[in-house]
Ligand binder design. Structure first.
Ligand code: SAM
Length: 294
């Protein structure tokens, strides 16, 4: 098996990441900003030639400055716009601040609680990704809580309009996150007309995971669905799974989306009502890949 991580090849530095069985990526690294082992994981931040400043946790790409807006806008806006008036939002994980930034763009939002297990991820992002990333953590509507998302869900009594889970891919401190017990706890923390949404992994690397997650959530919620976006630095299509008894992002009309985007004053680089439609249609790849690889 190929040794992953930083390697010198032909006089240049590359980062080798394992994507899935027998498939690796090779990313040219121009500068190493940070390599530190926190209590929970190995945190690495590099300047990569192709994708700019990039964060890796335990050897897995988390975000890159060049294309993180594609991931974060696609994750957040279909769900936020499907709720008629999301005022209180919970984010589990999301230490890079991207989900928080997009949620705060909705003018109706009054409070966002973000529960991140690893304070060192936030510190490192604030230090090396520049002011556009660090200022979001200072927004007066945001409360940053350093805690395990699972224990927070069990112990909190507060209810939210929207809950996002942006935890790492079933590795490190997130290894036990994608479980029925956690989904039940999320439902407990949701207001009646609320909606939850989880980043639900790459559809090639984690073939089958989205259908398993959908089946589990269907036991608890009326409307469950998956949408998918291509993120270049992830080298593939990434999925998000939502669940609600009342909202349904897949059933939003173009007219209503436009109305809400304008009313909430959203300033976006990637997401719009045409992209919304594309995200849901692209979920077709999941079916195809499951037939080929599963
Ligand atoms: N976009 C991402 C991806 O591709 O996986 C996720 C980004 S975000 C950096 C993931 C965050 O989840 C990390 O900062 C990690 O520390 C946090 N995390 C992992 N397990 C957690 C848990 N149990 N509770 C709270 N945060 C957690």
């Amino acid at each position: 098996m190929l040794r992953t991580g930083l390697r010198r090849i032909d006089g240049e530095v590359f980062y080798i990441e394992k994507l899935h069985k027998g498939v690796y990526t090779l990313t040219k690294v121009n500068r190493i900003y940070c390599r530190r082992k926190s209590q929970y994981q190995l945190i690495e931040i590099f300047d990569s030639e192709g994708y700019g400043v990039s964060l890796y946790l335990d050897g897995t790409t988390q975000i890159s400055s060049a294309d993180e807006f594609i991931y974060h806008e696609s994750f957040v806006h279909p769900v936020m716009l499907s709720h008629p008036n999301p005022r209180e939002v919970l984010i589990i994980g999301g230490g890079d601040g991207g989900v928080l930034r997009e949620v705060l763009k909705h003018s109706c939002v009054e409070r966002v609680d973000m529960v991140e297990i690893d304070a060192e991820v936030i510190e490192s992002v604030r230090k090396f990704f520049g002011p556009s990333f660090s200022k979001v953590f200072e927004d007066p509507k945001a409360r940053i809580i350093i805690d395990d998302g699972a224990s927070f869900l069990r112990s909190s009594t507060k209810k939210y309009d929207v809950i996002f889970a942006d935890v790492t891919d079933e590795i490190g401190p997130a290894a036990t996150f994608y479980k029925m017990e956690i989904f039940r706890a999320m439902k407990e923390r949701l207001k009646e007309e609320g909606i939850v949404c989880l980043q639900s992994l790459g559809i090639v690397e984690h073939v089958g995971a989205q259908s398993r997650l959908k089946r589990a959530l269907k036991d608890l919620f009326k409307n469950v669905g998956v949408y998918v976006v291509y993120v270049p630095s992830f080298t593939g299509l990434w999925s998000f799974t939502y669940a609600s008894d009342s909202c349904n992002p897949a059933a939003m009309s173009e007219e209503e989306l436009r109305k809400r985007i304008s009313k909430r004053g959203l300033d976006l680089k990637f997401y719009n009502p045409e992209v919304h439609d594309l995200l849901f249609k692209s979920a077709y790849y999941i079916k195809v890949l499951e037939e080929v690889f599963w």
